[in-house]
Structures are given as C-alpha cells and as structure tokens.
Ligand binder design. Structure first.
Ligand code: SF4
Length: 314
C-alpha cells in the first residue's frame, strides 16, 4: 500500500483541509439555541441519554448573542493564536436544522455574510432534514464549502432505542440518500462503546458506514458525563456499561480503520469532554493529538491501514 502525503495509514482530516483550502482553517462553534425532537416532546423527552450540550459549547457561543456576535468573539479568540486563517461557521450544539425553515436559512446566510467565513459545518440528526433545506444548501455549495454532519451514533436500532435517539438507522440511510450528489460534504458521527454493543457490533458499524455516501467520519468513545441520564444509569446499573480503557480503545479503533472504506476521511478519534463534567472513562486527560500518535503507532505494529480489510459490495 502507499501512505498519504502526511505519511498516515488512513485518510486524515488535516491533509484533506490542506489540500482543499491550502491554508489553516478553524471552525467557530455556534449555538443557535434550537432544541431537538427527542427533548421537546415531538418524538421524546429528555434527549439522548449521554447528552450534555455543555460538553461542547465554548464560552464565546451563547444563544443570547447573534450569530455574527458569536463569530466575532470566536474569531477574536482564535486570531490571537494563529495569524492567517479562514473560518468555517460550525452549527454544533443541539439539532441545527430543527426550527422554522426560514429562520434556519436566515442564520446560515448571516454566518456566510461574515467576511472571514468561507463555509458552514452543520451538525444535525438524520430525521431533521428535508428536501427544501437540502436544495437550499446545495445552492450555497456552488459558492461555499457546505458540510452536513449527521449524528449516526450507532447502526443498530436496539442501541438507538436504548439511548433514546428516537430515530432508526433506516432514517439515517434515507437522510444520506437524499443528501448525496448535491455538492455537500457529508459527515457522520459515531459513538464507540454504547451500552449493549459488543466488539463485533462495533466493527460491523465500520462495514455499514462504508456503504453510506459519507466523506468524513468522527469517532467518539462513549463518555459518561454529569447531568445526563447515563450518569444515573452508571450509578444504578453499572453492568449496562463496558467502558474502554484507552489501550483497548486504540486496539479496537485500529481494527475499525482496517474495515473502513479507503476514501473516507477520518476527522477525529476521541471526544474530549471537560474534566469537571467527565465521570468515566478517565484517560488522564489524553488529547486527540496524543491519541492520534498512539493509533498511528499501533497501526504500524499491527501492519494495518484503512481499508486493508474492507470488502466492496459486502
Ligand atoms: S445528542 Fe444531539 S440529538 Fe441527542 S439530545 Fe443531544 S443535541 Fe439532541
């Protein structure tokens, strides 16, 4: 096999960004203050059992501020660290397509009107997208980089039910089918280690995800954080959980990579919830870049690479 320009045994995100934009690009997280259909009673209440949105909301993004104000604050923060760079407006918290469609469109346009913003990254649920919005984003993609990321989280309905996602894997497949070939960069999130999933189940996610028209994948180890239903479950029924040590996770992820379709770009390997919110597993504050180095090393040791065990049309 030949490795990519970054000498990685998988398609890494930073090589993709360098090739695509030829300079540093920073995402600025935004909070629209929208909700989710499994929080507001439309499909359920309480949200996903693992979810605490405070784990990924930086201080500068508060829904009380306008999108332009949040962008200004975020850009002011990052421009102190890095001189020249471009920015992507990252609609991250909650379900960012779940509101009145005119309001949603207005907020996207407000972000793109910012002189330093070159595109959008929109995180949402697979059951919260419609053709009107897809076509709107498709038009925007003729001028801007538009990434649409769906929270897949698991390809097993029994797991999706257990964690109160209130959507099925079939709805995930449908969302990607409707969004493909529209000029959009399609992303997926997956949580590794949700309750009830065996190692085999997790490796099967790689095979099933490889059949979807995704460009980018973010992997996250399950983290149990404070103020969630899972925090209560972990206390009351710890036998529900098999949380991975960092070593076991690295081993599993390398096998996962080997099963993954070779062209998928891997954007992240782990979550990094703030230490004051994290209950388990505690990996001594291991950062994504440190995990990347350990995974790179393990891939060499095991002589694995992305797609080594991928079977097309399987
Ligand atoms: S994980 Fe996403 S869909 Fe689930 S409750 Fe949290 S923000 Fe809503």
């Amino acid at each position: 096999m030949s490795f990519n320009n970054n000498n990685k045994r998988y398609n890494d995100y930073s090589s993709f960004i360098k090739k695509k934009f030829s300079e540093r690009v920073q995402k600025i997280s935004l909070n629209t203050g929208f909700t989710c259909p499994n929080r507001d009673g439309t499909k359920g209440v309480g949200g996903c059992t693992y979810c605490n949105n405070n784990t990924f909301n930086p201080n500068y993004c508060k829904p009380s501020k306008s999108i332009s104000e949040q962008l200004d604050s975020g850009i002011a923060f990052f421009s102190k660290k890095y001189k020249t760079q471009q920015y992507l407006a990252y609609f991250q918290a909650y379900t960012n397509t779940y509101a009145d469609i005119n309001l949603v469109k207005e907020l996207y346009l407000e972000a793109l009107n910012h002189p330093k913003v070159i595109g959008l990254v929109i995180g949402t649920r697979p059951d919260c997208i419609n053709d009107d919005l897809i076509n709107f984003l498709s038009e925007l993609s003729k001028t801007y980089y538009i990434s649409l990321e769906f929270g897949v989280e698991s390809t097993l309905d029994k797991t999706l039910k257990m964690v109160n996602r209130c959507h099925t894997f079939k709805e995930t497949v449908d969302a990607y089918e409707r969004s493909k070939n529209k000029g959009l960069h399609l992303g997926a999130h997956l949580i590794i280690g949700l309750p009830g999933e065996s190692k085999e189940d997790i490796l099967n996610h790689a095979t099933k995800l490889s059949k979807l028209p995704i460009n980018t994948l973010k992997l996250h180890q399950l983290q149990v954080v404070k103020h969630t239903m899972m925090a209560i479950q972990l206390k009351e029924k710890p036998e529900m959980f098999s949380l991975y040590s960092s070593e076991a996770y690295i081993d599993l992820v390398t096998e996962f990579i080997a099963l993954l379709r070779p062209d998928i770009i891997i954007e992240r390997f782990i979550s990094e919830s703030p230490a004051h919110l994290l209950i388990a597993p505690k990996w001594n504050g291991l950062k994504n870049f440190e995990m990347v180095a350990k995974i790179d090393k393990k891939l060499v040791e095991k002589n694995l690479w992305q797609g080594k065990h991928y079977v097309e049309n399987f």
